[in-house]
Design a protein around this ligand. Structure first.
Ligand code: NAG
Ligand code: NAG
Length: 194
């Protein structure tokens, strides 16, 4: 498990579960140089990675619950582009790739979610999560300021953001996603963000 600490506040607030009701609802997520602030409260959050396609949907509630019982507040996962976009514009969200179902399971457990949309998966995953077909699009250079790469990355990223919005999964919509990340493990000195 990966642990990320948002750590700087003297005021520490935790999520408590009361009977079957969850109090981890986040409407307003902001931050300053000291911490994340959720609904006006500074938060110390512990996150753990559960990469949804590495197990089957039937295992997800149990894995999420185990993380919760271990003291985790936030589940984080990459979004696995090469499992979701099988060829340009042809999408797969079935079975182990049912991202919406996974995020809803996290929500039902009363936990937050960090969505690492990628595109790069720095975690022992084929081709770093980039679809192999993109390698054959003429002129493509991965993970650089390159037009074909940026075009397909933007297309996929937009698709995922729209899907999450449509399902009302972002915190301001009442969902569990408090943070979304584009571009994992890049040296930003050498990279022009889209
Ligand atoms: C969200 O929280 C911030 C800081 O706590 C506050 O300044 C802002 O007004 C809040 N926004 C809304 C829409 O409630
Ligand atoms: C992404 O590209 C596909 C075709 O490859 C197109 O149908 C779709 O509208 C594009 N989506 C976005 C969000 O630009």
């Amino acid at each position: 498990m990966n642990f990320f600490f948002f750590f700087f506040s003297p005021f520490l607030f935790f999520c408590f579960l009361t009977s079957s009701f969850t109090s981890c609802f986040a409407g307003n997520v902001t931050y300053d140089r000291r911490s994340l602030i959720i609904d006006g409260q500074r938060k110390l959050l512990i996150s753990a990675a559960i990469h949804y396609p590495r197990s089957v949907p039937g295992m997800w509630p149990g894995l999420v619950q185990t993380a919760k019982e271990g003291g985790v507040d936030v589940i984080e996962s990459y979004v696995f582009w090469n499992g979701h976009e099988l060829s340009p514009g042809k999408y797969n969200f079935e079975g182990r790739y049912d991202l919406v179902k996974f995020v809803k399971i996290v929500q039902q457990a009363g936990m937050y979610m960090i969505l690492r949309i990628g595109p790069f998966v720095a975690a022992e995953w084929n081709f770093g999560g980039v679809p192999v077909w993109l390698h054959y699009v003429p002129g493509t250079v991965f993970r650089t300021d390159n037009e074909p790469f940026k075009h397909y990355m933007q297309n996929f990223t937009t698709f995922i953001v729209n899907l999450m919005k449509q399902e009302k999964l972002f915190a301001p919509q009442g969902g569990p996603i408090i943070l979304a990340q584009a571009s994992a493990s890049l040296n930003l000195d050498n990279f022009q963000l889209i």
